[in-house]
Design a protein around this ligand. Structure first.
Ligand SMILES: C[S@@+](CC[C@H](N)C(=O)[O-])C[C@H]1O[C@@H](n2cnc3c(N)ncnc32)[C@H](O)[C@@H]1O
Length: 201
């Protein structure tokens, strides 16, 4: 039997169709706007921080962060530092998944604010200190992670004197001159590989 849609029935079907369509488009538009605003805010924070402190904030991607944290073989209760912690993602993973006592140090007040907000949103137990790691005492570290620039490697080398025996150090991308890494690892990314150097005191 063929049912003919006429008049009101046809009209109400069109309304339902366009209602559904507009709801879906609103959701897609809202998601895209949220993503766009997030990217814009991150870019602005990075730019302003760079102008104020001369130190660029470039976050390690979440998947790479997960892989690097796993390489650190963190035991519950170990004290883990990220020197130049950005939004604190390495430490949030270290605390929430591996039970680390995590401390993040960042020189940029804006980036520290972002890190504190992220830690609060993720309900992680991570301490964020707004400081220059060059003058910060982190000699109680069991694990140290950083993603910095090559010019900072000689400063770090000096800071590592006096670290606890067994302390693991993970550097994303750059080697520390004068220290022989325990492992040089190439982590697979979407495009190519990323070197991570692991040292042990
Ligand atoms: C490339 S970002 C890495 C962020 C984070 N560790 C990550 O991998 O996602 C480097 C960060 O180090 C911080 N930084 C640079 N020099 C610093 C210093 N002397 N003391 C503390 N933080 C510093 C910058 O503000 C920036 O947020």
């Amino acid at each position: 039997m063929i049912e003919l849609l006429t008049g009101d029935a046809l009209f109400s079907d069109s309304i339902t169709f366009y209602g559904e369509l507009s709801r879906t488009s609103i959701i897609i538009f809202a998601c895209l706007s949220f993503f766009g605003v997030a990217v814009l805010v991150m870019t602005l924070i990075s730019l302003i921080s760079f102008i104020i402190t001369g130190a660029p904030f470039i976050a390690t991607s979440k998947s790479l962060t997960r892989k690097i944290v796993a390489l650190a073989k963190i035991q519950p209760g170990e004290r883990v530092y990220d020197l130049g912690c950005g939004d604190g993602r390495f430490l949030i993973e270290a605390n929430k998944i591996y039970g680390a006592k995590a401390v993040g140090i960042d020189i940029s007040p804006l980036v520290c604010g972002l890190a504190k907000l992220t830690v609060w949103i993720k309900r992680a137990n991570v301490v964020i200190r707004c400081a220059d790691f060059e003058t910060y005492d982190f000699l109680d570290a069991d694990v140290i992670f950083f993603y910095l620039v090559p010019d900072q490697m000689p400063i770090l080398r000096k800071k590592f004197k006096g670290l606890k025996k067994g302390c693991r150090i993970l550097s994303r991308r750059f080697e520390i001159d004068g220290y022989e890494p325990l492992q040089r690892i190439q982590i697979k990314k979407r495009f190519g590989y990323e070197p991570v150097f692991i040292y042990q005191i």
